[in-house]
Structure formats: C-alpha cells, structure tokens
Design a protein around this ligand. Structure first.
Ligand code: ADE
Length: 240
C-alpha cells in the first residue's frame, strides 16, 4: 500500500511515522508512506500556503494552488489513487469498519487541512471522501491523518507480529477487549485472576468472553444492540 500525506506541517506528521509499528511496516516495505510539504508547491518569495477568507471572518484558509499542483504531481505516479481523503470535523465518522475497508486499498492520499480549513474548490474537485475522527475540533488535520494511518496500517497483513492479533482487537467483532495482565503474578498485593494462570485454554477463553460481554454491556451497550432492531422494523412483521 502507498499512502501520501499532504500537509503544511510535515515535521508534525513525520515524527510518529518514525516510531514503533509504523516504522517497522515501512522498513519491511509493507507500506510506503510519503509526506509532502505543501510549501514546496507554493509560489512567491514567501511560499505562502494560506490566505484570508473571502467574505471575512477569523482564521486562514489553505490556498487551492499548492494542493492542486501537489495532487497533479502525485496522480502521475502509480498506483492509481483509490481515495483522496480530506480530514475535517464535518466529515464522515471514522470507525473500525472504515479502517478495515481502507486497509484493502492500494493507494490513499490524505489531506490535512490546517488553520480554518481548505479552499472549497479542492473539496469539490479532488476530494473523494471527508473523514472526521470524532466530534471535537483539533488545530489541524495532521493528528487525525496519523490516527487514520495507524488504524489502517496495522491491519495490513504482516504488519503485526502475530497474524491474529488485529482480529482479536476490541471493536473488530463488535465487543470491547478483556482485561490483560503480565508478570508479576502479585504486585503490591494485587493479584492476577487465577484462571489466567490455570493453563486451561477453554476456561481462559470463556473467562475472556464473559469479561468482554460484561465490559461492553457496562460501557457501550449500543454495540450490543445495533442494526437488527432496524432490520426487523423494515421487514414490517413483528413475527419475522
Ligand atoms: N481537523 C480538525 N479536527 C478534526 C477532527 N475531529 N477530525 C478530522 N479532522 C479534523
């Protein structure tokens, strides 16, 4: 997979890509992540990438030209771009199923808007998907872009050491995760549940499943009762 990230703050994005799982994925050539500094595509002595909004108002808007130029250059490079994603608090809510779908693509482009946003013409002409990571406003799209990259890259086969570990994540089957423990067995008088040290894999699996259900019921009951209710109503018959 190839991922291109367009930003006015390349250093903010590059740091996290150089750590842990993302770095290993890139070094193992499982993903090719390129960070593009919009300033490189800006013109003039000051290489300005933002300007005041027409009509007035607070904040600056990212200018269209550097973004269009950068995208034109990227489009000439294979593979073909599958999704051109703009990170914005008014986008579609990012979740595990979107991460799963994006992890199957060959090429993603992520545009991190800073300041007040980006010229609407970029969104109208080039963006195929607008994505929000939650109902709160950050200073820019850089951190959201990294959230999307991390959630997607860890799903690429071979990125996580244990082939099954992404599948057992919370949310991957609609339940929250069970508690985890490691050594020592007793710390400051606090003990690890006996069942986890029993070596009985059947009992351990049952215990984990019960904890997952219990935690999901307490914290996210909405995850336990999602679509079927609507489906029954659409079917129109209470006996269905
Ligand atoms: N840019 C600023 N806030 C954001 C959010 N919550 N999601 C995506 N992009 C953003």
């Amino acid at each position: 997979m190839r991922i291109d990230i367009l930003t006015g703050l390349p250093d903010l994005v590059r740091g996290p890509l150089e750590q842990s799982i993302l770095r290993r994925a890139a070094r193992n050539e499982l993903v090719d992540i390129r960070v593009h500094d919009l300033r490189t595509y800006a013109e003039g002595k000051h290489r300005q990438i933002d300007d005041y909004p027409y009509g007035g108002g607070a904040g600056m808007v990212l200018k269209p030209e550097p973004i269009f130029r950068c995208l034109d250059a990227l489009q000439d490079e294979p593979p073909a771009i599958d999704e051109m994603i703009y990170l914005s608090p008014d986008g579609e809510q990012f979740d595990q199923s979107m991460a799963n779908a994006l992890s199957l693509k060959q090429r993603l482009v992520l545009l991190a808007g800073h300041y007040k946003g980006v010229d609407q013409r970029v969104r109208d002409e080039r963006v195929t998907r607008e994505v929000s990571i939650g109902d709160y406003v950050l200073s820019g799209g850089e951190l959201p872009a990294l959230v999307v990259v991390d959630a997607v890259v860890r799903l690429i086969p071979g990125v996580l050491g244990d082939a099954t570990s992404a599948l057992s994540d919370a949310f991957q089957d609609g339940l929250l995760d069970a508690p985890h423990y490691t050594r020592p067995a007793t710390y400051r008088g606090l003990t690890v549940p006996d069942v986890l040290r029993s070596g009985d894999h059947g009992r351990i699996a049952a215990w984990r499943e019960a904890r997952r259900l219990e935690k999901t019921r307490q914290r996210r009951p909405d995850l336990l009762h999602p679509e079927p209710v609507r489906h029954d109503m659409q079917a129109g018959s209470p006996d269905d």
